[in-house]
Design a protein around this ligand. Sequence first.
Ligand SMILES: Nc1ncnc2c1ncn2[C@@H]1O[C@H](COP(=O)(O)OP(=O)(O)OP(=O)(O)O)[C@@H](O)[C@H]1O
Length: 311
Amino acid sequence: MIRFEAVSKRFGAVSAVDEVTLDVPRGTLCALVGTSGSGKSTLLRLANRLLEADAGRILVDGTDIATLPPVELRRRMGYVIQSVGLFPHWTVARNVATVPTLLGWPAARIRDRVAELLDLVGLPAESHAHRYPDELSGGQQQRVGVARALAGDPEVLLMDEPFGAVDPPTRRGLQDSLRDIQRRTGTTILLVTHDVEEAIRLGGTFAVLHQGRLLQTGTPAQVLAHPASEEVARFFGGPLLGLNRLKALCVGDRADFTAPPPAVDGAPIAAGATLEEALARMVAEGRAQLPVRRSPDGQPGVLTLADLVRP
Ligand SMILES: Nc1ncnc2c1ncn2[C@@H]1O[C@H](COP(=O)(O)OP(=O)(O)OP(=O)(O)O)[C@@H](O)[C@H]1O
């Protein structure tokens, strides 16, 4: 869906993006991660031509974006940034309607779309559509930012630290909403984040950047289990890499569901919980095994401490 082919961008002496080749298939989410200054935001801005590449090509659905008028390109790509950038004197509904209005959709279609999107991001239209941005919390404004970016049915959503400014519990709520939205709409998402847990929570793949170069791509479990270099291992926690790996794997990936399960006391842990949560429970409860229940079939299983340390 989006393909970067040997893309480079310099700012004076700084090589911000250095011969990056990356494929983001349709309907997937790719999290751009890496240390500060590694070129994540620059790569995102090259994708919607807020910046122009010095070398290489960027293809969207096989079309070189250099051949598309920037305005048309940006309508096809929603863009969400940390500071949200809502228009303060416009209502929530008008903010969300920005792109459909530019596209000349009929008023009824815009109204329906705005209501649908506000519901999707958990801000029912009846109680939120007529408010102004400063009448919303930071987290609610970010939800409006996501709704606005989705309004024109973009094929691609570019998100630069979209949830950077909200507190951790609200952040988790927004991440869960984004994951649901992505599953429901099949939008291709390229997301910049500093937060490894956010990237893991949102699923998809990692693209790890360092000093403008792409060091590794893969699922969180792959990258954390087999970091391609010292820099990647350092980025994912250095000596704590092993603990971070537990965040990227689920109980269901390691538990034994072969019948009959041994009798294990305690409340079962969900197969979808992370191994980190399982370890936390084992430590808190002073036990080396936990009963597991797999949904939706209800199959019981067991997870032992030894399952956590298996390679
Ligand atoms: N407009 C610009 N002019 C000059 N240098 C720039 C410009 N934008 C980015 N840079 C430089 O390019 C490099 C990559 O910056 P970029 O913002 O892409 O990194 P990043 O990985 O997104 O960083 P962060 O995680 O801190 O947001 C940095 O060295 C930065 O200083």
